[in-house]
Every structure is written in structure tokens, then in C-alpha cells.
Write a protein of this length. Structure first.
Length: 101
């Protein structure tokens, strides 16, 4: 449950910041980062590990599930902080048309 709340909270936060940047300064260039892409990859692996754990109680599956969920939490926080850092830098950067925002 904690992982789900963390992941959805990060995604909602990113959406809100992107909407605010768009509404306030017309910024549309909110690209995914390498951390966000890595997070997505680890999330897919975590889902697979959780589902596999439902089918078997093998120790290696339980360990894989634990590692995948831990990695998801770490990368969710790292990518969320990275997106926040990028957004804060963009607020002070000149817009693509050369005007400061």
C-alpha cells in the first residue's frame, strides 16, 4: 500500500506542477527524465514480482519482490525530487521565444 500511495502521489504531483507551469508561464516542455524512465522499468518489474509471488512462495521470488518494491520506492523519490529540481530551474529560465518567464 505504501508503494502505491508513493507512486501515485509522485505522479499526481508531477501532473499538478506541469499544469501550474503551463497555466502560469505557458511552459509545455516537460520531458521525462532518465530517473522517471528507470522508475517505470522498475515498477513493471515490481508488478511482475508481486504477481509471481501470488503464485509461489519460493524464497527467491519473495526476495525479488522485496528488492523490486524497495527499488521502486527509492526511484520514485529520486525521480520526484529530480522533476522538482528541473521544474524549479525552468521557472527561472528564459522561455523558448527568448522572453523570461
Amino acid at each position: 500500500m505504501r508503494v502505491t500511495v508513493l507512486v501515485f502521489g509522485r505522479d499526481v504531483g508531477i501532473l499538478l506542477v506541469a499544469a501550474i507551469l503551463y497555466a502560469a508561464v505557458g511552459r509545455r516542455d516537460f520531458r521525462s527524465s532518465i530517473f522517471g524512465k528507470a522508475n517505470t522499468l522498475v515498477q513493471v518489474g515490481a508488478i511482475a514480482a508481486v504477481l509471481l509471488h501470488q503464485l509461489t512462495t519460493a524464497r527467491w521470488v519473495a526476495d525479488c519482490r522485496t528488492v523490486a518494491l524497495s527499488a521502486t520506492m527509492v526511484l520514485t523519490v529520486v525521480s520526484g525530487l529530480h522533476y522538482a529540481w528541473v521544474a524549479s530551474r525552468r521557472l527561472g529560465a528564459p522561455a523558448a521565444n527568448g522572453h523570461a518567464t
